[in-house]
Design a binder for this molecule. Structure first.
Ligand SMILES: NC(=O)C1=CN([C@@H]2O[C@H](COP(=O)(O)OP(=O)(O)OC[C@H]3O[C@@H](n4cnc5c(N)ncnc54)[C@H](OP(=O)(O)O)[C@@H]3O)[C@@H](O)[C@H]2O)C=CC1
Ligand SMILES: O=C(O)CCC(=O)C(=O)O
Ligand SMILES: [Mg+2]
Length: 467
């Protein structure tokens, strides 16, 4: 362990969090690195840190405290070190294991690639975990926002975020396109236009399975009823479709005692309704229109029915499947309308990286917006907590932005550390402040009779509301 990182000395009065055999050991005065973030990150971090310290002090009366340790990334880092993401910053987040960050800017088109994505990949933080639930008093564009309570598990290291892209007009793009057209697509009518930019979308067994494994384990640990695999597998069969297949493999091979797939539930449910149903009749109920399909397809469905009854009839039949976690899947476009129209049907969503990015912002909107959308990037032995939103640059340094998302990311962090008393204090004081209609501009513009609070004022009222 170094004594300083980026020439900033490590706090001498704290200790590092340790990790061994799948367990974290958290000292009473842990050193927690933080990245302030670009744009609105500065205002948000100042407000959040005050609230975190007040909650910890209130909960533990000095017995516990966080020793915050600033590490540099983004614009602040570039100004000081001419480096957007110094090695020391990555080293510190690795050495101290648990950290929290504000948003960092990524230019569209040219310029640097995402520092946020880089950190996730460098530390192999393969789960992006984003809980979306309603806090009472928050204004929402839907009628019953409280019906949505989902935790999004987004794969966080691959997909189009791998950054394997070639700009149109470059020799690399020309070489890539020539290889695809002349070798891979030889003899077909498909061709990539020569004036294309091109990218690669890797989706691996490793990346997909470990993400789905984490999502199902979360559902087991938190008594959640469903895990939905979200994908665009009808169009991208060998990437998104494969994610779905591998997800079901994890559910049925690694968590057999805990899970039932949607199709298995239909087969077992049909049999319970009519115990005399033949496998052929059951197959026709599971796959409507089967009589018009090929003979081989029909036989494969009948075989599926037989296999399900033979393999899990005893353990999951006679209604036992109703007590298992239902693993189903939805196509990505469909899930956007499903969470609005049937929010209570969904509980845990496991998804590829890009779908997860989209659905995170959309789901957040349903319970009040990006001002209240927390998250965590989690790997084996490492965690970096961060909000779903970005730097919202037009509000930078105006002391107006909603700090709720970083504060709730802090709630996730304190729960992760086992400091649940501090976590509950932050959550309840935020809810109380919102119920008092003392809110930042984003909520105020959607509420009747609310007072518009500055970022710093919102934090101060939260601290007062801790009692
Ligand atoms: N993890 C990260 O660090 C992330 C970084 N980014 C980066 O952030 C930069 C800006 O991205 P942009 O597309 O503008 O997306 P942002 O998420 O930064 O902002 C989009 C809009 O969302 C609303 N919003 C965002 N944060 C808050 C908040 N805390 N409180 C209230 N409302 C909020 C604002 O809406 P309104 O104008 O209606 O008030 C804002 O204009 C880009 O460089 C992007 O790459 C983006 C996402 C994640
Ligand atoms: O890294 C970025 O700039 C954007 C990332 C993002 O939108 C996200 O992780 O949700
Ligand atoms: Mg995003």
């Amino acid at each position: 362990m170094q004594t300083s990182y980026n020439d900033i000395p490590v706090p001498s009065d704290g200790q590092a969090i340790e990790y061994a055999n799948g367990k974290y050991t958290v000292p009473d005065h842990p050193i927690i690195p933080f990245i302030e973030g670009d744009g609105t990150g500065r205002d948000i971090w100042k407000a959040s840190q005050r609230v975190f310290d007040a909650a910890v002090e209130k909960a533990y009366g000095g017995k516990r405290s966080v020793k915050w340790f600033e590490v540099l990334a983004g614009e602040k880092s570039y100004r000081k070190t001419q480096n957007w993401l110094p090695d020391d910053t990555v080293k510190a987040t690795v050495d101290f294991r648990v950290s929290i960050k504000g948003p960092l800017t990524t230019p569209v088109g040219g310029g640097i690639r995402s520092l946020n994505v880089a950190l996730r990949q460098l530390m192999d933080l393969y789960q992006c975990v984003r809980p979306v639930k309603y806090y009472s008093g928050v204004p929402s564009p839907v009628k019953s926002p409280e019906k949505l309570d989902v935790v999004i598990f987004r794969e966080n290291t691959e997909d189009i975020y791998a950054g394997i892209e070639f700009r149109e007009g470059t020799p690399e793009a020309a070489k890539f396109i020539a290889f695809v057209n002349d070798e891979m697509l030889k003899g077909t009518k498909k061709k990539v236009r020569l004036d294309s930019g091109v990218g690669v979308k890797p989706i691996s067994i490793t990346g997909s399975k470990r993400l789905v494994r984490a999502a199902i384990q979360y559902a087991i640990d938190h008594q959640r009823k469903t895990v939905t695999l979200v994908h665009k597998g009808n169009i991208q069969k060998f990437t998104e479709g494969a994610f779905r297949e591998w997800g079901y493999e994890v559910a049925t091979q690694e968590f057999r005692a805990h899970t039932v797939t949607e199709r298995e539930s239909w087969i077992l449910g049909n049999l319970e309704q009519n115990p005399k149903l033949t496998p052929e009749e059951n197959a026709a109920l599971v796959e409507p229109g089967i009589e018009f399909a090929s003979k081989e397809f029909g036989e494969s469905i009948v075989q599926e029915v037989r296999d399900v009854v033979a393999s899990i009839g005893a353990t999951h039949g006679n209604g036992q499947w109703k007590n298992k976690i239902l693993v189903n899947d939805r196509i990505a476009d469909s899930i956007f309308q499903q969470i609005i129209i049937r929010p209570s049907d969904y509980s845990v969503l496991a998804t590829t990286n890009l779908n997860g990015d989209y659905i995170s912002d959309a789901a957040a909107a349903q319970v009040g917006g990006l001002g209240i959308a927390p998250g965590a990037n989690i790997g084996d032995g490492y965690a970096v907590f961060e909000a779903t939103h970005g730097t919202a640059p037009k509000y930078a340094d105006k002391d107006v932005i909603n700090p709720g998302s970083v504060m709730l990311s802090g709630v996730m962090m304190f729960d992760f550390l086992g400091w649940s008393e501090a976590a509950r204090l932050i959550e309840s004081s935020m809810e109380k402040t919102i119920q008092q209609k003392f809110v930042t501009y984003d909520f105020e513009r959607q509420m009747q009779g609310a007072t518009k609070a500055k970022t710093s004022e919102f934090a101060s009222r939260m601290i007062e509301n801790m009692g």
